[in-house]
Design a protein around this ligand. Structure first.
Ligand code: ADP
Ligand code: MG
Length: 550
Protein backbone atom coordinates (compact mmCIF):
# COMPACT_ATOMS: atom_id res chain seq x y z
CA UNK A 1 0.00 0.00 0.00
CA UNK A 2 2.66 2.51 1.12
CA UNK A 3 5.21 1.48 -1.50
CA UNK A 4 4.46 4.20 -4.02
CA UNK A 5 4.07 7.01 -1.58
CA UNK A 6 6.98 9.48 -1.61
CA UNK A 7 8.62 10.00 1.77
CA UNK A 8 9.76 13.48 2.68
CA UNK A 9 12.46 13.86 5.27
CA UNK A 10 13.09 17.48 4.42
CA UNK A 11 10.54 20.27 4.38
CA UNK A 12 8.96 20.51 0.95
CA UNK A 13 10.32 24.01 0.39
CA UNK A 14 13.90 22.70 0.59
CA UNK A 15 15.84 22.87 -2.65
CA UNK A 16 18.21 20.08 -3.37
CA UNK A 17 20.75 19.34 -6.07
CA UNK A 18 22.57 16.03 -6.10
CA UNK A 19 25.55 14.44 -7.77
CA UNK A 20 26.48 15.85 -11.15
CA UNK A 21 23.88 18.61 -10.93
CA UNK A 22 25.45 20.01 -7.79
CA UNK A 23 28.91 19.74 -9.24
CA UNK A 24 28.00 21.29 -12.55
CA UNK A 25 26.34 24.16 -10.78
CA UNK A 26 29.33 24.82 -8.55
CA UNK A 27 31.86 24.56 -11.34
CA UNK A 28 29.82 26.96 -13.45
CA UNK A 29 29.78 29.44 -10.59
CA UNK A 30 33.55 29.13 -10.11
CA UNK A 31 34.09 29.64 -13.84
CA UNK A 32 31.94 32.77 -13.81
CA UNK A 33 34.00 34.16 -10.97
CA UNK A 34 37.17 33.25 -12.84
CA UNK A 35 35.95 35.04 -15.94
CA UNK A 36 35.16 38.16 -13.97
CA UNK A 37 38.64 38.54 -12.47
CA UNK A 38 40.63 37.02 -15.33
CA UNK A 39 40.63 40.15 -17.45
CA UNK A 40 42.44 42.03 -14.68
CA UNK A 41 45.46 39.71 -14.49
CA UNK A 42 48.89 41.11 -15.17
CA UNK A 43 50.29 44.47 -16.22
CA UNK A 44 47.88 44.79 -19.13
CA UNK A 45 44.83 43.75 -17.13
CA UNK A 46 41.77 45.94 -17.38
CA UNK A 47 40.11 47.76 -14.50
CA UNK A 48 36.74 47.11 -12.93
CA UNK A 49 34.44 49.83 -11.78
CA UNK A 50 32.68 48.83 -8.60
CA UNK A 51 29.78 50.77 -7.19
CA UNK A 52 28.63 49.90 -3.71
CA UNK A 53 25.12 50.24 -2.32
CA UNK A 54 25.96 53.74 -1.08
CA UNK A 55 27.00 54.77 -4.58
CA UNK A 56 30.71 54.95 -3.75
CA UNK A 57 32.85 54.20 -6.76
CA UNK A 58 36.07 52.19 -6.76
CA UNK A 59 38.07 51.67 -9.93
CA UNK A 60 40.61 48.89 -9.55
CA UNK A 61 42.23 45.87 -11.11
CA UNK A 62 43.30 44.48 -7.78
CA UNK A 63 41.81 41.01 -7.46
CA UNK A 64 41.54 41.18 -3.69
CA UNK A 65 39.59 44.43 -3.82
CA UNK A 66 37.22 43.20 -6.51
CA UNK A 67 36.45 40.03 -4.60
CA UNK A 68 35.99 41.95 -1.36
CA UNK A 69 33.56 44.42 -2.89
CA UNK A 70 31.47 41.89 -4.78
CA UNK A 71 28.53 40.49 -2.94
CA UNK A 72 28.77 36.86 -4.01
CA UNK A 73 25.76 34.69 -3.28
CA UNK A 74 26.51 31.31 -4.81
CA UNK A 75 28.02 29.17 -2.02
CA UNK A 76 30.80 27.50 -4.01
CA UNK A 77 31.84 30.86 -5.44
CA UNK A 78 31.76 32.25 -1.91
CA UNK A 79 34.07 29.48 -0.77
CA UNK A 80 36.46 30.41 -3.54
CA UNK A 81 36.33 34.05 -2.51
CA UNK A 82 37.12 33.10 1.09
CA UNK A 83 40.14 31.09 -0.02
CA UNK A 84 41.35 33.94 -2.22
CA UNK A 85 40.98 36.34 0.70
CA UNK A 86 43.14 34.04 2.77
CA UNK A 87 45.81 34.41 0.09
CA UNK A 88 45.56 38.17 0.46
CA UNK A 89 45.87 37.97 4.25
CA UNK A 90 48.80 35.58 4.26
CA UNK A 91 50.97 36.95 1.46
CA UNK A 92 49.21 40.06 0.21
CA UNK A 93 49.42 39.22 -3.50
CA UNK A 94 48.42 36.58 -6.03
CA UNK A 95 44.68 36.71 -5.33
CA UNK A 96 43.63 36.88 -8.96
CA UNK A 97 45.90 33.97 -9.79
CA UNK A 98 44.24 31.81 -7.12
CA UNK A 99 40.77 32.30 -8.58
CA UNK A 100 41.95 31.87 -12.16
CA UNK A 101 43.89 28.67 -11.45
CA UNK A 102 41.09 27.21 -9.32
CA UNK A 103 38.53 27.89 -12.07
CA UNK A 104 40.76 26.24 -14.62
CA UNK A 105 41.46 23.21 -12.42
CA UNK A 106 37.72 22.73 -12.04
CA UNK A 107 37.18 23.01 -15.77
CA UNK A 108 39.79 20.31 -16.39
CA UNK A 109 38.28 18.19 -13.63
CA UNK A 110 34.87 18.42 -15.21
CA UNK A 111 36.25 17.18 -18.52
CA UNK A 112 37.81 14.19 -16.77
CA UNK A 113 34.61 13.39 -14.90
CA UNK A 114 32.66 13.52 -18.12
CA UNK A 115 35.12 11.02 -19.55
CA UNK A 116 34.11 8.69 -16.75
CA UNK A 117 37.01 9.14 -14.37
CA UNK A 118 36.06 8.96 -10.70
CA UNK A 119 36.17 12.06 -8.53
CA UNK A 120 38.50 10.34 -6.08
CA UNK A 121 41.00 9.64 -8.85
CA UNK A 122 40.89 13.25 -10.03
CA UNK A 123 41.34 14.56 -6.49
CA UNK A 124 44.24 12.19 -5.84
CA UNK A 125 45.91 13.16 -9.12
CA UNK A 126 45.54 16.87 -8.37
CA UNK A 127 47.00 16.38 -4.91
CA UNK A 128 50.03 14.52 -6.19
CA UNK A 129 50.52 17.04 -8.96
CA UNK A 130 50.36 19.90 -6.49
CA UNK A 131 52.90 18.24 -4.16
CA UNK A 132 55.21 17.74 -7.12
CA UNK A 133 54.64 21.33 -8.23
CA UNK A 134 55.74 22.65 -4.85
CA UNK A 135 58.88 20.56 -5.11
CA UNK A 136 59.59 21.96 -8.57
CA UNK A 137 58.96 25.53 -7.40
CA UNK A 138 61.46 25.07 -4.58
CA UNK A 139 64.02 23.69 -7.02
CA UNK A 140 63.74 26.48 -9.55
CA UNK A 141 63.58 29.31 -7.02
CA UNK A 142 66.56 31.60 -6.63
CA UNK A 143 68.08 32.70 -3.32
CA UNK A 144 68.07 36.46 -2.98
CA UNK A 145 67.05 39.07 -0.49
CA UNK A 146 69.37 41.91 -1.46
CA UNK A 147 67.99 45.39 -1.88
CA UNK A 148 68.08 45.26 -5.65
CA UNK A 149 66.01 42.07 -5.74
CA UNK A 150 63.55 43.42 -3.20
CA UNK A 151 63.03 46.47 -5.35
CA UNK A 152 62.38 44.36 -8.44
CA UNK A 153 59.90 42.24 -6.51
CA UNK A 154 58.11 45.39 -5.33
CA UNK A 155 57.98 46.82 -8.86
CA UNK A 156 56.64 43.58 -10.32
CA UNK A 157 53.77 43.59 -7.82
CA UNK A 158 52.95 47.21 -8.64
CA UNK A 159 53.07 46.90 -12.43
CA UNK A 160 49.74 47.71 -14.02
CA UNK A 161 48.17 48.93 -10.80
CA UNK A 162 47.98 52.58 -11.73
CA UNK A 163 51.28 53.52 -10.16
CA UNK A 164 53.68 52.69 -12.97
CA UNK A 165 54.75 56.27 -13.58
CA UNK A 166 56.18 56.49 -10.06
CA UNK A 167 56.98 52.82 -9.58
CA UNK A 168 60.70 53.24 -8.91
CA UNK A 169 60.23 55.85 -6.25
CA UNK A 170 57.41 53.94 -4.55
CA UNK A 171 59.40 50.69 -4.65
CA UNK A 172 62.27 52.47 -2.89
CA UNK A 173 59.91 53.69 -0.17
CA UNK A 174 58.43 50.24 0.33
CA UNK A 175 61.80 48.48 0.49
CA UNK A 176 63.28 51.06 2.87
CA UNK A 177 60.22 50.89 5.09
CA UNK A 178 60.25 47.09 5.19
CA UNK A 179 63.97 46.93 5.93
CA UNK A 180 63.60 49.49 8.68
CA UNK A 181 61.00 47.51 10.59
CA UNK A 182 62.47 44.10 9.86
CA UNK A 183 63.26 42.21 13.01
CA UNK A 184 64.88 38.76 13.09
CA UNK A 185 63.91 38.19 9.47
CA UNK A 186 60.25 39.03 10.11
CA UNK A 187 58.39 42.03 8.74
CA UNK A 188 55.19 43.02 10.47
CA UNK A 189 53.40 44.93 7.72
CA UNK A 190 50.94 46.39 10.20
CA UNK A 191 53.61 48.53 11.78
CA UNK A 192 53.99 50.49 8.58
CA UNK A 193 51.26 53.02 8.34
CA UNK A 194 50.32 54.41 4.97
CA UNK A 195 48.98 57.94 5.31
CA UNK A 196 47.20 59.10 2.18
CA UNK A 197 47.07 62.78 1.32
CA UNK A 198 45.32 64.11 -1.74
CA UNK A 199 47.04 67.03 -3.42
CA UNK A 200 50.41 67.24 -5.16
CA UNK A 201 52.02 64.42 -7.05
CA UNK A 202 52.87 60.83 -6.26
CA UNK A 203 56.58 61.61 -6.63
CA UNK A 204 56.29 63.76 -3.50
CA UNK A 205 55.44 60.71 -1.40
CA UNK A 206 57.98 60.10 1.31
CA UNK A 207 59.01 57.82 4.12
CA UNK A 208 58.81 59.20 7.62
CA UNK A 209 60.36 57.94 10.77
CA UNK A 210 57.83 57.28 13.49
CA UNK A 211 54.09 57.72 13.25
CA UNK A 212 51.96 60.15 11.35
CA UNK A 213 48.44 60.85 12.39
CA UNK A 214 45.70 62.62 10.55
CA UNK A 215 44.79 64.64 13.65
CA UNK A 216 45.67 67.80 15.54
CA UNK A 217 45.38 68.59 19.26
CA UNK A 218 41.87 69.16 20.57
CA UNK A 219 42.51 72.83 21.19
CA UNK A 220 44.24 75.45 19.07
CA UNK A 221 45.84 76.77 22.26
CA UNK A 222 47.77 73.60 22.90
CA UNK A 223 51.42 73.38 21.88
CA UNK A 224 52.13 72.10 18.39
CA UNK A 225 55.76 71.31 18.99
CA UNK A 226 56.72 69.18 21.95
CA UNK A 227 60.15 67.85 22.80
CA UNK A 228 60.68 64.85 25.08
CA UNK A 229 57.06 63.86 25.21
CA UNK A 230 55.77 61.58 27.96
CA UNK A 231 52.95 59.84 26.19
CA UNK A 232 49.77 58.49 27.76
CA UNK A 233 47.38 56.28 25.80
CA UNK A 234 43.91 55.93 27.24
CA UNK A 235 40.72 54.32 26.13
CA UNK A 236 38.63 56.19 28.66
CA UNK A 237 36.49 59.25 27.99
CA UNK A 238 37.56 62.48 29.67
CA UNK A 239 34.03 63.71 29.96
CA UNK A 240 31.03 63.28 32.16
CA UNK A 241 29.24 60.02 31.86
CA UNK A 242 26.45 60.71 29.45
CA UNK A 243 23.16 61.21 31.19
CA UNK A 244 20.59 59.04 29.55
CA UNK A 245 17.57 60.84 28.17
CA UNK A 246 15.18 59.35 30.66
CA UNK A 247 17.26 60.28 33.71
CA UNK A 248 15.55 62.97 35.71
CA UNK A 249 17.29 65.50 37.88
CA UNK A 250 15.12 67.42 40.30
CA UNK A 251 16.43 70.88 40.82
CA UNK A 252 14.23 73.03 42.95
CA UNK A 253 16.45 76.00 43.75
CA UNK A 254 19.25 78.03 42.12
CA UNK A 255 21.62 76.80 44.82
CA UNK A 256 21.04 73.25 43.85
CA UNK A 257 21.66 74.04 40.22
CA UNK A 258 24.97 75.66 41.05
CA UNK A 259 25.97 72.71 43.19
CA UNK A 260 25.14 70.39 40.38
CA UNK A 261 27.36 72.26 37.94
CA UNK A 262 30.20 72.49 40.47
CA UNK A 263 29.95 68.82 41.05
CA UNK A 264 30.31 68.15 37.34
CA UNK A 265 33.31 70.41 37.18
CA UNK A 266 34.91 68.65 40.13
CA UNK A 267 34.55 65.30 38.40
CA UNK A 268 36.24 66.55 35.25
CA UNK A 269 38.99 68.19 37.30
CA UNK A 270 39.56 64.87 39.03
CA UNK A 271 39.99 63.10 35.73
CA UNK A 272 42.43 65.71 34.49
CA UNK A 273 44.34 65.54 37.78
CA UNK A 274 44.87 61.84 37.23
CA UNK A 275 46.56 62.62 33.92
CA UNK A 276 48.69 65.35 35.51
CA UNK A 277 49.74 63.06 38.37
CA UNK A 278 50.95 60.41 35.95
CA UNK A 279 53.48 62.89 34.58
CA UNK A 280 52.18 62.69 31.01
CA UNK A 281 52.41 65.78 28.84
CA UNK A 282 50.83 64.32 25.70
CA UNK A 283 47.59 62.42 25.87
CA UNK A 284 46.10 60.30 23.11
CA UNK A 285 42.54 59.37 23.92
CA UNK A 286 40.59 56.84 21.90
CA UNK A 287 37.36 58.25 23.32
CA UNK A 288 35.97 61.75 23.65
CA UNK A 289 37.27 64.74 25.58
CA UNK A 290 34.71 67.44 26.37
CA UNK A 291 35.17 71.20 26.35
CA UNK A 292 35.59 71.54 30.06
CA UNK A 293 38.20 68.78 30.14
CA UNK A 294 39.94 70.46 27.23
CA UNK A 295 40.15 73.68 29.22
CA UNK A 296 41.69 72.02 32.29
CA UNK A 297 44.08 69.90 30.25
CA UNK A 298 45.28 72.99 28.44
CA UNK A 299 45.70 74.83 31.74
CA UNK A 300 47.84 71.94 33.00
CA UNK A 301 50.04 72.15 29.88
CA UNK A 302 48.94 68.81 28.51
CA UNK A 303 48.55 68.39 24.77
CA UNK A 304 45.57 66.15 24.09
CA UNK A 305 44.17 64.29 21.11
CA UNK A 306 40.69 62.83 21.13
CA UNK A 307 38.92 60.07 19.21
CA UNK A 308 42.18 58.60 18.00
CA UNK A 309 41.66 55.61 15.70
CA UNK A 310 42.15 52.20 17.26
CA UNK A 311 44.79 51.28 14.67
CA UNK A 312 46.70 54.47 15.49
CA UNK A 313 46.47 53.69 19.20
CA UNK A 314 48.00 50.30 18.53
CA UNK A 315 50.80 51.80 16.49
CA UNK A 316 51.45 54.40 19.18
CA UNK A 317 51.59 51.62 21.71
CA UNK A 318 54.22 49.77 19.69
CA UNK A 319 56.23 52.86 18.85
CA UNK A 320 56.26 54.78 22.12
CA UNK A 321 56.01 51.82 24.47
CA UNK A 322 53.05 53.37 26.29
CA UNK A 323 50.40 50.94 27.51
CA UNK A 324 46.82 51.55 26.45
CA UNK A 325 44.89 51.87 29.70
CA UNK A 326 41.18 51.31 29.79
CA UNK A 327 40.61 52.73 33.27
CA UNK A 328 41.97 56.12 34.19
CA UNK A 329 42.84 54.75 37.64
CA UNK A 330 45.52 52.65 35.94
CA UNK A 331 47.27 55.69 34.51
CA UNK A 332 50.57 55.65 36.38
CA UNK A 333 54.10 56.82 35.46
CA UNK A 334 55.00 53.20 34.61
CA UNK A 335 52.53 52.95 31.75
CA UNK A 336 53.74 56.06 29.91
CA UNK A 337 55.75 55.89 26.72
CA UNK A 338 58.18 58.29 25.13
CA UNK A 339 58.71 60.22 21.92
CA UNK A 340 61.54 62.69 21.37
CA UNK A 341 59.55 65.02 19.18
CA UNK A 342 55.86 65.46 18.49
CA UNK A 343 54.79 68.25 16.16
CA UNK A 344 52.12 69.38 13.76
CA UNK A 345 52.97 70.13 10.18
CA UNK A 346 50.88 71.18 7.26
CA UNK A 347 51.24 69.11 4.10
CA UNK A 348 49.39 70.58 1.18
CA UNK A 349 46.19 71.68 2.93
CA UNK A 350 46.27 68.96 5.51
CA UNK A 351 47.46 69.27 9.10
CA UNK A 352 49.16 66.16 10.39
CA UNK A 353 50.82 65.22 13.65
CA UNK A 354 54.26 63.66 13.44
CA UNK A 355 55.41 61.49 16.32
CA UNK A 356 59.13 60.98 15.98
CA UNK A 357 62.17 59.71 17.87
CA UNK A 358 60.04 57.09 19.53
CA UNK A 359 61.21 54.66 22.18
CA UNK A 360 60.98 51.94 19.54
CA UNK A 361 62.88 53.21 16.50
CA UNK A 362 61.19 50.74 14.15
CA UNK A 363 57.96 52.63 13.73
CA UNK A 364 57.65 53.84 10.15
CA UNK A 365 55.09 55.63 8.00
CA UNK A 366 54.73 56.19 4.31
CA UNK A 367 53.14 59.48 3.37
CA UNK A 368 51.44 58.76 0.09
CA UNK A 369 50.50 61.72 -2.01
CA UNK A 370 48.55 61.97 -5.21
CA UNK A 371 46.36 64.40 -7.08
CA UNK A 372 43.00 62.96 -6.02
CA UNK A 373 41.45 60.47 -3.65
CA UNK A 374 41.07 57.95 -6.50
CA UNK A 375 44.77 58.15 -7.24
CA UNK A 376 45.87 57.75 -3.64
CA UNK A 377 43.43 54.90 -3.04
CA UNK A 378 44.59 53.03 -6.10
CA UNK A 379 48.24 53.53 -5.30
CA UNK A 380 47.76 52.60 -1.71
CA UNK A 381 46.43 49.22 -2.88
CA UNK A 382 49.50 48.83 -5.09
CA UNK A 383 51.71 49.74 -2.12
CA UNK A 384 49.92 47.16 -0.04
CA UNK A 385 50.70 44.45 -2.59
CA UNK A 386 54.29 45.64 -2.82
CA UNK A 387 54.70 45.56 0.96
CA UNK A 388 53.29 42.04 0.99
CA UNK A 389 55.76 40.70 -1.56
CA UNK A 390 58.75 42.52 -0.09
CA UNK A 391 57.91 41.18 3.36
CA UNK A 392 57.54 37.65 1.95
CA UNK A 393 60.89 37.92 0.18
CA UNK A 394 62.67 39.23 3.25
CA UNK A 395 61.16 36.40 5.25
CA UNK A 396 62.10 33.45 3.10
CA UNK A 397 64.70 34.90 0.78
CA UNK A 398 63.57 33.01 -2.31
CA UNK A 399 62.18 34.36 -5.55
CA UNK A 400 60.74 33.00 -8.79
CA UNK A 401 60.61 34.47 -12.24
CA UNK A 402 57.33 36.08 -13.34
CA UNK A 403 55.71 36.84 -16.66
CA UNK A 404 54.54 33.27 -17.10
CA UNK A 405 58.08 31.83 -16.97
CA UNK A 406 57.48 29.87 -13.76
CA UNK A 407 54.12 28.49 -14.88
CA UNK A 408 55.44 27.29 -18.25
CA UNK A 409 58.35 25.61 -16.49
CA UNK A 410 55.88 23.96 -14.12
CA UNK A 411 53.78 22.73 -17.04
CA UNK A 412 56.86 21.24 -18.65
CA UNK A 413 58.21 19.49 -15.57
CA UNK A 414 54.79 18.31 -14.40
CA UNK A 415 54.19 16.73 -17.80
CA UNK A 416 57.41 14.77 -17.44
CA UNK A 417 56.32 13.70 -13.99
CA UNK A 418 52.85 12.73 -15.25
CA UNK A 419 54.36 10.55 -17.93
CA UNK A 420 56.05 8.54 -15.19
CA UNK A 421 52.78 7.83 -13.36
CA UNK A 422 50.71 4.82 -14.31
CA UNK A 423 46.97 4.46 -14.69
CA UNK A 424 44.16 6.98 -14.85
CA UNK A 425 45.74 9.21 -12.25
CA UNK A 426 48.19 10.18 -14.97
CA UNK A 427 45.37 11.94 -16.80
CA UNK A 428 44.59 14.01 -13.72
CA UNK A 429 48.23 15.01 -13.33
CA UNK A 430 48.48 16.04 -16.96
CA UNK A 431 45.23 17.98 -16.62
CA UNK A 432 46.65 19.79 -13.60
CA UNK A 433 49.74 20.72 -15.61
CA UNK A 434 47.64 22.01 -18.48
CA UNK A 435 45.52 24.09 -16.14
CA UNK A 436 48.56 26.11 -15.06
CA UNK A 437 49.01 27.30 -18.62
CA UNK A 438 46.08 29.61 -17.91
CA UNK A 439 48.39 32.16 -16.29
CA UNK A 440 50.69 32.86 -19.27
CA UNK A 441 47.73 32.44 -21.62
CA UNK A 442 45.76 35.08 -19.77
CA UNK A 443 48.72 37.46 -19.54
CA UNK A 444 49.06 37.21 -23.33
CA UNK A 445 45.34 37.49 -23.96
CA UNK A 446 44.98 40.55 -21.77
CA UNK A 447 47.77 42.21 -23.71
CA UNK A 448 45.83 41.59 -26.92
CA UNK A 449 48.54 39.32 -28.30
CA UNK A 450 48.37 36.08 -30.26
CA UNK A 451 47.83 33.36 -27.67
CA UNK A 452 48.30 30.21 -29.70
CA UNK A 453 51.58 31.15 -31.32
CA UNK A 454 53.10 32.75 -28.26
CA UNK A 455 52.30 29.80 -26.01
CA UNK A 456 53.93 27.46 -28.52
CA UNK A 457 56.98 29.75 -28.73
CA UNK A 458 57.16 29.95 -24.95
CA UNK A 459 57.17 26.20 -24.63
CA UNK A 460 59.88 25.92 -27.24
CA UNK A 461 61.93 28.59 -25.46
CA UNK A 462 61.75 26.55 -22.25
CA UNK A 463 63.73 23.80 -23.89
CA UNK A 464 66.61 26.28 -23.66
CA UNK A 465 66.01 28.25 -20.48
CA UNK A 466 63.51 28.19 -17.60
CA UNK A 467 63.59 31.99 -17.35
CA UNK A 468 61.78 32.71 -20.59
CA UNK A 469 58.51 34.55 -20.27
CA UNK A 470 56.36 37.01 -22.07
CA UNK A 471 57.07 40.72 -22.12
CA UNK A 472 53.50 41.90 -22.42
CA UNK A 473 54.56 45.37 -23.47
CA UNK A 474 56.54 44.28 -26.53
CA UNK A 475 54.93 40.92 -27.21
CA UNK A 476 58.38 39.32 -27.27
CA UNK A 477 59.54 36.19 -25.50
CA UNK A 478 62.46 37.22 -23.35
CA UNK A 479 64.48 36.28 -20.29
CA UNK A 480 62.21 37.63 -17.55
CA UNK A 481 64.95 37.48 -14.97
CA UNK A 482 66.91 40.00 -17.01
CA UNK A 483 63.74 42.07 -17.26
CA UNK A 484 63.65 42.11 -13.48
CA UNK A 485 60.19 40.54 -13.22
CA UNK A 486 60.49 38.65 -9.94
CA UNK A 487 57.98 37.30 -7.47
CA UNK A 488 58.40 35.70 -4.06
CA UNK A 489 58.37 31.90 -3.91
CA UNK A 490 56.01 32.19 -0.96
CA UNK A 491 53.30 33.90 -3.03
CA UNK A 492 53.34 31.26 -5.76
CA UNK A 493 53.41 28.36 -3.30
CA UNK A 494 50.52 29.80 -1.35
CA UNK A 495 48.59 30.47 -4.58
CA UNK A 496 49.00 26.91 -5.82
CA UNK A 497 48.06 25.41 -2.50
CA UNK A 498 45.05 27.66 -2.16
CA UNK A 499 43.70 27.01 -5.64
CA UNK A 500 44.21 23.26 -5.36
CA UNK A 501 42.48 23.27 -2.00
CA UNK A 502 39.56 25.27 -3.39
CA UNK A 503 39.17 22.99 -6.41
CA UNK A 504 39.27 19.91 -4.23
CA UNK A 505 36.72 21.28 -1.79
CA UNK A 506 34.31 22.05 -4.61
CA UNK A 507 34.86 18.70 -6.32
CA UNK A 508 33.98 16.85 -3.13
CA UNK A 509 30.53 18.38 -2.87
CA UNK A 510 27.98 16.02 -4.37
CA UNK A 511 24.87 17.29 -2.70
CA UNK A 512 23.53 20.73 -1.99
CA UNK A 513 20.59 21.08 0.31
CA UNK A 514 19.27 24.56 0.80
CA UNK A 515 16.71 25.84 3.23
CA UNK A 516 13.77 27.78 1.85
CA UNK A 517 14.92 30.97 0.12
CA UNK A 518 18.49 29.95 0.87
CA UNK A 519 19.15 29.95 -2.85
CA UNK A 520 18.47 33.63 -3.16
CA UNK A 521 19.92 35.06 -0.01
CA UNK A 522 23.44 36.36 0.25
CA UNK A 523 24.05 34.46 3.42
CA UNK A 524 23.78 35.12 7.10
CA UNK A 525 26.51 37.73 7.40
CA UNK A 526 25.29 40.13 4.73
CA UNK A 527 23.04 43.07 5.26
CA UNK A 528 20.35 41.52 3.14
CA UNK A 529 20.55 43.74 0.10
CA UNK A 530 20.17 41.59 -2.92
CA UNK A 531 21.89 43.54 -5.64
CA UNK A 532 24.94 41.34 -5.71
CA UNK A 533 27.70 42.72 -7.86
CA UNK A 534 27.58 39.62 -10.01
CA UNK A 535 25.53 38.92 -13.06
CA UNK A 536 22.86 36.27 -12.59
CA UNK A 537 24.40 32.85 -12.46
CA UNK A 538 22.59 30.36 -14.59
CA UNK A 539 21.98 27.61 -13.96
CA UNK A 540 22.99 28.16 -10.38
CA UNK A 541 21.18 30.85 -8.48
CA UNK A 542 22.74 31.91 -5.21
CA UNK A 543 22.48 29.63 -2.28
CA UNK A 544 23.77 31.24 0.86
CA UNK A 545 23.41 30.18 4.44
CA UNK A 546 23.96 26.47 4.32
CA UNK A 547 26.68 25.70 6.83
CA UNK A 548 26.48 21.90 6.50
CA UNK A 549 28.15 22.18 3.10
CA UNK A 550 31.18 24.14 4.23
P1 ADP B 1 47.53 38.70 -8.78
O1 ADP B 1 46.33 39.22 -8.05
O2 ADP B 1 47.40 37.23 -9.03
O3 ADP B 1 48.81 39.08 -8.15
P2 ADP B 1 48.23 40.55 -10.90
O4 ADP B 1 47.24 41.34 -11.68
O5 ADP B 1 49.05 41.25 -9.91
O6 ADP B 1 47.43 39.36 -10.24
O7 ADP B 1 49.16 39.82 -11.97
C1 ADP B 1 50.19 38.97 -11.59
C2 ADP B 1 50.81 38.34 -12.81
O8 ADP B 1 51.41 39.33 -13.65
C3 ADP B 1 51.93 37.41 -12.42
O9 ADP B 1 51.77 36.19 -13.10
C4 ADP B 1 53.18 38.13 -12.87
O10 ADP B 1 54.22 37.25 -13.23
C5 ADP B 1 52.70 38.93 -14.05
N1 ADP B 1 53.54 40.10 -14.30
C6 ADP B 1 53.87 41.09 -13.46
N2 ADP B 1 54.68 41.99 -14.06
C7 ADP B 1 54.87 41.56 -15.33
C8 ADP B 1 55.60 42.07 -16.45
N3 ADP B 1 56.29 43.19 -16.39
N4 ADP B 1 55.56 41.35 -17.60
C9 ADP B 1 54.83 40.22 -17.67
N5 ADP B 1 54.13 39.71 -16.66
C10 ADP B 1 54.14 40.36 -15.50
MG1 MG C 1 49.73 40.95 -7.99
Amino acid sequence: MMANQPIFILPQSTERYSGRDALRMNITAAKILENIVRTTLGPKGMDKMLVDSMGDVTVTNDGATILREMDIAQPAARMLVEIAKKQEDIVGDGTTSVVVIAGELLQKAQNLLEDGIATSVVVRGFRNASAKALEILNNISVDARDKDTLKKVAMTAMTGKGSDFAKEHLADLVVDAALRIEEDGKVDKDSINIQRISGDSVEDSFLAEGIIMDKTPVSKNMSRDIKDAKVALIKYPIQLKEITTDAKIDITSPDQFEAFLNNEEEMIKDLVDKVVESGANVLFCQKGIDDMAEHYLNKAGIVAYKRVKKSDMERLNKATGAKIVTDIEDLTPEVLGSAGHIYVEKIFDHELTFIEECGNPKATSIVLRGSTRYVTEQISRALDDALGVVAATIEDGKVLIGGGATEIELVKQLRDYGDSVMGREQLAILAYAEALEIIPRTLIENAGLDTINLIADLKAAHEESPAMGINVFTGKIVDMKEEGVLEPLKVKIQALQASTEAAEMILRIDDMIAAKNGLNSTGPDESGNDNSGMPPMPPAPGMGGMPPMM
